[in-house]
Design a protein around this ligand. Structure first.
Ligand code: ZN
Length: 164
């Protein structure tokens, strides 16, 4: 799913000015219901692509390299859920989440802070743990650590109080 950030479409754009009032921006975003947002695993802001970036020669990971990493992470999950009816982190139940996404005290504290400050729902909380588990898998990490949770929290940016 995709949406504009506001009525005029330029809120947060570094180059063009948004002419909406804070009230209009809030009304625009709050039209997406909380329960709907809760069911979306990852929220990402996608800025306009600048011409110089489209034409730049800068190299990044190739599709083949990314595919290889994703395949490895899927294999890890396949092994994790052996004998169960599903094979991906996204399908974990609350009970399975507890088993596979235990956090150390640092990560726990960060998540607690994010939950309180960003007013994240219980469903959002479980999404963060599942996405954090996947980030840890991509990182070949057995444990879900603070850096994985911190990245996963960033993918809940539409949960933030700012919009409510
Ligand atoms: Zn605007």
């Amino acid at each position: 799913m995709a949406t504009q950030p506001c009525l005029c479409g330029f809120y947060g754009d570094p180059k063009r000015e948004c002419h909406c009032t804070p009230r209009q921006i809030q009304n625009y975003i709050s039209k997406i219901s909380g329960p709907l947002l809760d069911r979306i695993d990852i929220h990402v802001e996608v800025p306009n692509v600048q011409y110089k970036d489209l034409t730049s020669d800068a190299t990044c990971e190739s599709s083949e390299e990314i595919r290889e990493e994703v395949t490895k992470a899927r294999d890890t999950q396949l092994k994790r859920f052996q004998g169960l009816k599903y094979s991906t982190n996204s399908r974990m139940s609350a009970k399975t989440i507890k088993k596979h996404c235990s956090l150390d005290s640092q990560a726990e504290e960060l998540l607690h802070q994010a939950m309180t400050e960003l007013n994240i729902s219980a469903r959002g909380y479980n999404k963060i743990l599942k996405v954090g588990r996947t980030i840890a898998d991509l990182d070949h990490s057995e444990n879900v650590c603070i850096e994985h949770i911190s990245e996963a929290v960033q993918y809940r940016n539409l949960d933030r109080d700012l919009w409510k």
